[in-house]
Structure formats: C-alpha cells, structure tokens
Write a protein that binds this ligand. Structure first.
Ligand code: HEM
Ligand SMILES: *[C@@H]1O[C@H](CO)[C@@H](O)[C@H](O)[C@H]1NC(C)=O
Ligand SMILES: *[C@@H]1O[C@H](CO)[C@@H](O)[C@H](O)[C@H]1NC(C)=O
Length: 515
C-alpha cells in the first residue's frame, strides 16, 4: 500500500509538473517552428535549393574561404536557377548563358537593381544620397551618372589616341622596371596594380603617381585590405547574419578604411578647386563640376552632387584597378605555363608591327591570334566570377520560377565562361576557342567576363584597350619565363569578388629581335 501510495504521490507530483511544463514546451516548440519556418521558408514556386539550417542557412554546406566546389555540387543537383540561404539571407544563383541572358538582357528592367544592405555599399558609401555608380539602385540617378561617365571617358580620349598615349606611357614604366630586373625573377603583383591604378588616375585627376607617393601607397594597400575583408568570412558574415553588425568585429576595419579613402579624395578635391577654370576641364573632376554647375544654372533636375562625385571617384578607381591588374597577372602566368601560345603571339606581333615604334589599337584587326589569346586569358582568368550581385526591381519570373521583388541575384559569370557546349574546349587554355576554321577571330555569345545587360561593366572599353596595349607592348619586348626554382605554375585562382592568381614571380628576358 505504502509503495502504491508512494507511486501514486510520485505520479501525482509528476503530473503536476507536467501541467506547467507541457504548455510551456509546446509554446516554445511552436515559436521555434514558426521562427524556423519564416527564416527558411521559400515562397511558392521559388527556385529550389538545399534545405537550410536555422540562422546559418546553408553556410555549413560551404567552405567560407573557397565555396566554389560546394556551390558547383548544388548547381548540379538543382539546375541552372537555384536558391541558397547565406545565413538568414536568401539569394538566387543564375548559371549558364541561356538563363543569364534571359534575366539580364530580356528581362533587364526586372533584374538590374542592387540591394542597399550589402556590406560594401554600407562601408563604401554610407550616405544614402551618394551611392556611387557600381552599387547604386537602378534609378534615374544611376542612369544620369552612367551616361555622364561614359561620355566623359570618351571625351578624355577613349577610342582616341590620347588614351593610347596614356596607357603606353604607363606601360613604358613597366618596361623600364623589367629591363632593370635583368632577367632575374621579380614579383609582378604591385607593378601591375600600380599601372592600372595610374591609368585610371590620369582620367580622374590628370595625375601620374610615383609608386612611392603617399596617395598611391595608401590606395594600393587600401584596395588589397578592403577586398580581403569584403571577400573574407567576416564580410560574408556581415551580409548573412544582420544581428552581428553591431559587434566590434573585424569588418569594422573596412568601414574605417573607406572613411579614410573619402578623406583622401576630399584633399585632392580641395587642392584641385584652387586651380580649376570652369569650362576648361582637365580631368574627370573638372568635367563633373562643370556639368553640376550647368545643371544648376539651367535649373535642370539632376542628381549630380559633390558627395556623389567623391563616391563615383572611389567606384571608378576601385573598379578599374584590381580587375585589370589581376587579368594581366593571370595572362602572364598562362603565357609562361603555355610558352607555345606566347611564341605564336610574338610571331604575329613582330609580323604586323615590323619596325613601327609603338602598337596602336587599330593593329588589333590584323592580329586575330593575339586577340584570341587575350580573350582566352579573360575567359580563363575569370576575374569577376560572380559579377556584382544584382537584385530584382519587382515580382518577376525566370524559366518558370517565381522570384519576388528585392531578391538577391547572383549572376554566375564563371558558369558561362566554362559552359559545356559553348566552347570548343571549355576546360583548357586554348586560344582557338576564339578562332574559326579560317583562323579569323570570333567572339562566342558566352564570352561575358564584363557581364551583360544595362549593368554591363562601364569600363569595358578602357579595360580592353589596356589589356591589348599592355600585353602587346610587353610581349614584343620580353620573353616571359617561369623561374626554374619555382616548381610548377599553379593556375588555381584565389577566390574573391575579384579573383587573383596565387602570388608568383616571373623572369622577363629581353628579346633579341628588338633593340
Ligand atoms: C578586365 C577588367 C574588368 C573586368 C573583368 C570588369 C568586370 C565587371 C563586372 C563583371 C561588372 C558587373 C556588371 C554587372 O553588375 O552585371 C563590372 C561593373 C563595373 N565596372 Fe568593370 N571590369 C573591369 C574593368 C573596369 C574598369 C577599368 C573600370 C573603370 C572605368 C570599370 C568600371 C566598372 C563600373 C563603374 C561598373 C558598374 C556598372 C554599373 O553598375 O552600372 N571596370 N565590371
Ligand atoms: C558558378 O559556376 C561555376 C562553374 O560551373 C561553379 O564552379 C560555381 O560553383 C558556381 N557558383 C555558384 C555560386 O553557383
Ligand atoms: C530574348 O531576346 C532575344 C533577342 O531579342 C530573342 O531572340 C529571344 O527569343 C528572347 N528570349 C525569350 C525567352 O524571349
């Protein structure tokens, strides 16, 4: 009896505590389920993707340092349009030339926006009325600036000889440096970052900077540091899990660095105003201020402003430096790894230029092989693999899937540049990918290292001119050789918003055919 009673008492006691616990547990479970549901819920008919984990989304499925292989696995499983959760942030990845053209070209009005909550946007352009151009929303302000910048680049000589002269002048500094190296191994990294930075600075400030100049030194390390943070796990964390934003984590350093860069531009600005003559633009800043005053006088509605000018300076400087430099660096790496391609280029260059003192852009037409090699360099260098993220302007659909407004869109340029069926040999370094059976240069539709649609790289013309003039000038004077003691060249790039080749050294041997 006693034991029965004891059992009874115990059960009673248990029952009582159940009374309190059960609803509490049920409530918590329901709240959790609801929270998980809203965090991970995909809208109706949304592109498929891997099932996510609360808070982290699919982050555990990715190696943050280099998510390439993991993402490839997902694309294989879910097809050309799939979705992924980066933390609590959802994104739609678009793979392949068909889907990408459909979105960025045919449906460009739906797919050409940028999100305002991106880490880089917050860090680089904290003022909402001055979003720059690269990360600017798809808006009248963006359109006005894009048009103005393209016209100004043209006025300052793009497609004209003056720009060629500037690029040649910069390239000759490289030639001199390489000559001084006397065939001994050199690290080319900072050389080419300095070159591309100076070319864009000539347009922006009409100035060439010495590599020892404080301004140049600041920006060289600024680009490197901030890219590292933006690309790295901390930048991804900032974009993925909003609640960490207020913590004193390493991404704060990027905010600080961007602030310093704005201050540097402001100094140049004030310095420049002292010598400016309205109506006589010497460079981009003057041209912008002229336009600003013209619009003010004419009372024309305009979104030009001095804050916006500084934001645009930063954008052009940033977008024009690492991209071009990293493409040239990949190019030289490939040409050392495949010396027969290098030789074929040199033969064509010698044949076409003969004793002409300098190459000019028009010589391009007579150099189909060099053109093909440079395009193949861009294809394999894959410098901006995931483009700049886009975002939808309104509810739309793609290949039968529904995609809501404000959805992050990742245009996978890498998938197009390597796409099976679009290239003769997608997995090799093979300039014939750009040559037809008559040896003429052809550009397949899938060549889109600059992306496509209304947001296509605004510096494409400049970048292509730089790549041609720099590479032809260097190949004409030097044979590039991989140092004997350096092992095998490693072509695997370092992943990032802009990919770089792994650091390497090169030997530049003066070619006997040129004095
Ligand atoms: C080989 C060199 C370059 C490559 C591979 C490259 C690639 C790209 C890519 C993929 C985009 C994103 C397009 C999109 O959102 O769909 C872009 C945008 C942009 N690039 Fe380049 N770029 C290069 C050089 C340059 C240069 C030299 C400049 C400087 C004038 C420049 C200025 C810009 C600007 C301003 C944008 C933003 C366009 C917009 O949002 O409307 N780029 N670039
Ligand atoms: C983009 O495409 C490439 C090549 O197919 C693939 O390796 C990569 O994982 C893809 N990236 C994403 C984010 O899907
Ligand atoms: C996209 O536009 C191109 C060129 O205008 C056209 O040929 C193609 O059929 C369009 N695609 C779709 C799916 O409408």
């Amino acid at each position: 009896v006693v034991s029965d009673c004891g059992q009874y008492m115990a059960a009673e006691h248990c029952y009582h505590s159940h009374n309190v616990m059960v609803p509490l547990v049920l409530f918590l479970a329901a709240a959790l389920a609801l929270w998980v549901y809203f965090q991970t819920h995909r809208p109706k008919n949304f592109p498929p993707g891997p099932p996510p984990i609360p808070v982290l989304g699919n982050l555990l499925e990715l190696h943050l340092e280099n998510p390439i292989a993991d993402l490839e696995r997902l694309a294989k499983r879910y097809g050309n349009v799939y979705s992924i959760l980066l933390g609590t942030r959802r994104a739609v990845v678009i793979n392949g030339v068909g889907a990408l053209k459909e979105a960025l070209v045919n449906k460009s009005a739906d797919f050409s926006d940028r999100r305002e909550d991106l880490f880089v946007r917050r860090a680089a352009h904290p003022k909402a009325h001055a979003p720059g151009v690269v990360l600017s929303p798809y808006s009248p302000g963006w359109k006005e600036h894009r048009r103005f910048i393209l016209a100004t680049l043209r006025n300052f000589g793009l497609g004209k000889q003056s720009m060629e002269q500037r690029i040649l002048a910069e390239t000759h500094r490289v030639v001199k440096l390489l000559q001084q190296s006397d065939g001994k191994p050199v690290d080319p990294q900072s050389i080419f970052h300095h070159t591309s930075s100076n070319i864009i600075c000539q347009i922006l400030f009409a100035k060439q900077f010495d590599s020892e100049d404080e301004f140049m030194k600041f920006f060289t390390s600024f680009f490197r540091e901030t890219s590292k943070i933006i690309n790295g796990p901390w930048g991804m964390l900032y974009d993925s899990i909003p609640s960490v934003r207020y913590l004193p984590l390493p991404f704060n350093k990027a905010f600080h660095l961007f602030k310093m860069s704005h201050e540097r531009y402001l100094e140049k600005f004030i310095e420049n105003k002292k010598t400016r003559v309205p109506g006589k633009p010497r460079h981009f800043i003057d041209a912008y201020l002229d336009e600003l005053e013209k619009k003010k006088r004419g009372n024309t509605e305009s979104l030009l402003s001095e804050d916006q000018l500084r934001a645009v300076l930063l954008d052009l400087h940033f977008a024009g430096t690492d991209t071009t430099a990293n493409t040239v660096l990949s190019g030289l790496l490939y040409l050392m790894k495949y010396p027969h391609v290098q030789e074929l280029c040199q033969q064509e260059i010698d044949r076409v230029l003969q004793d002409k003192p300098e190459v000019s852009l028009e010589d391009r037409v007579q150099m189909p092989y060099v053109q093909a090699a440079i395009h193949e360099i861009q294809r394999t260098a894959n410098t901006v693999p995931l483009s700049v993220f886009h975002c939808t302007t309104r509810d739309t659909d793609l290949l039968g899937y529904s995609i809501p407004k404000d959805e992050r869109i990742i245009p996978n340029l890498s998938s197009v540049l390597n796409e099976k069926g679009q290239w003769k040999r997608p997995d090799e370094f093979y300039p014939d990918n750009f040559l037809n059976e008559n040896g003429e240069f052809v550009k397949p539709e899938a060549f889109m290292p600059f992306s496509t649609g209304p947001r296509v790289c605004l510096g494409e013309g400049l970048a292509r001119m730089e790549l041609f003039i720099i590479l032809v000038t260097l190949l004409r004077r030097f044979r590039f050789i991989w140092p004997e003691d350096a092992g095998e060249p490693d072509l695997t790039p370092v992943f990032g918003v802009t990919q770089t080749p792994k650091p390497y050294r090169l030997r530049a041997q003066i070619r006997s055919s040129l004095k």
